[in-house]
Design a protein around this ligand. Structure first.
Ligand code: SF4
Length: 114
């Protein structure tokens, strides 16, 4: 699993130089969840993270701006990230966050995130 996390963290280097507002605009205008929400086609959420993650996997899994979305979440929330995102539960996203943080500033604390 750690190889997958490393790959995801490395993949986020593609959006490293993007300003925050570019990331949030991309998510707002091109995120699959936004389109589904507009079309009133979001899945029926259960309130259970595990079950809802199964519902969201195919949505985030084909989202054209998943990198922008995850990068934005890391920058904005850091270790306090939460909610359901793609196939990764919060603890696994935090594992990616630590690798991401190491790539960005050489620390693994994620406490110095913006
Ligand atoms: S990755 Fe998922 S949560 Fe993020 S914008 Fe895409 S569909 Fe929405």
């Amino acid at each position: 699993m750690s190889k997958l996390f490393e790959r995801i963290a490395a993949d986020l280097d593609r959006v490293e130089s993007a300003p925050d507002e570019v990331l949030s605009d991309a998510v707002r205008h091109r995120g699959s969840c936004g389109w589904l929400d507009t079309a009133d086609a979001m899945p029926e959420w259960t309130g259970d993270d595990r079950a809802d993650r199964e519902l969201v996997k195919p949505i985030c899994g084909t989202c054209p701006v998943w990198r922008e979305c995850l990068e934005s979440e890391f920058r904005t929330h850091g270790y306090a990230l939460g909610g359901v995102w793609g196939p990764l539960p919060e603890n696994e996203r935090r594992a990616v966050l630590l690798l991401w943080s190491e790539r960005r500033d050489g620390t693994s604390g994620a406490g110095g995130l913006r």
